[in-house]
Ligand binder design. Structure first.
Ligand code: GLP
Length: 241
């Protein structure tokens, strides 16, 4: 694993945007895997600026998001589709029909998982996957105990994950209990992975990811086995390494 240490959140976001821009420029039809959460917001802001400055175009880019809450429709401000539209897609020159997020209100959720997986496969594979990390080591919404062989599936969210994400909702009761997430194997098939980590509250997680044993108890630990992972982390996040 390649670890890039940066000063702060701003620098992490800028560094990540440089890697995304390079990938988009190099490939004819780039496929990006995108994440939600507070961590990648700065990266998306940088990409919007890079697009405005005409440093990069997203016209040939396809994106697949990692996950979506079950029960939240695209027009729900807490859905990840809404987040992506607001934070990135509405502000760049990407074709909306080339942006994919699992449908959390599909009538048949199992079928939605299978077809999302199939859709990724029909595009070859993800060229560059952006990841954040949950405090309990989750990637996407793959909670501790998820098999490393998992593909896109429905998960029951950990109480710790629900309370970590409750800050976006009016009350804890409104935080969904389930989500659709691409699986760990789906994520591991990405050609390149960039994991973003910022802040002291992530310091234990990043230390365990880098130095801990590879175990399904801590999903992100599987990244030790991927051949092209770059972690971009700020000083606070790296304080326990
Ligand atoms: C959510 C998302 C993850 C994200 C994690 C960390 O649970 N499903 O993809 O990495 O939260 O979020 P944050 O970046 O806000 O700390």
């Amino acid at each position: 694993m390649n670890i890039i240490s940066v000063k702060d959140y701003q620098e992490m976001s800028k560094k990540a945007s440089e890697i995304v821009v390079k990938t988009v420029k190099e490939l004819e039809k780039p496929v990006l895997g995108l994440a939600t959460g507070s961590t990648p917001e700065g990266l998306y802001q940088c990409l919007i600026e890079n697009n405005k400055d005409k440093q990069v175009s997203f016209q040939n880019v396809t994106t697949f998001n990692l996950d979506e809450y079950v029960g939240l429709a695209a027009n729900d401000p807490n859905s990840y589709r809404y987040f992506m539209d607001e934070k990135l897609f509405n502000h760049i020159d990407i074709s909306k029909e080339n942006t994919f997020v699992p449908n959390g209100v599909a009538a048949k959720l199992e079928e939605e998982c299978a077809s999302y997986e199939e859709l990724i496969r029909s595009h070859g594979s993800i060229d560059l996957q952006i990841l954040g990390i949950g405090l309990n080591g989750h990637i996407g919404f793959n909670e501790p105990g998820t098999p490393f062989t998992s593909r896109t599936h429905i998960v029951e969210l950990d109480e710790s994950t629900r309370s970590a994400n409750a800050r976006f909702f009016a009350s804890m009761d409104e935080v969904p209990t389930q989500a659709i997430t691409t699986g760990i194997e789906t994520i591991m098939e990405s050609k390149k992975i960039v994991l973003l980590v910022s802040g002291e509250n992530k310091a234990d997680a990043i230390a365990r990811l880098v130095n801990g044993e590879v175990s399904e108890d801590f999903p992100a630990s599987i990244l030790q086995k991927h051949q092209d992972v770059t972690i971009i982390a700020d000083e606070a996040a790296l304080s326990k390494l």
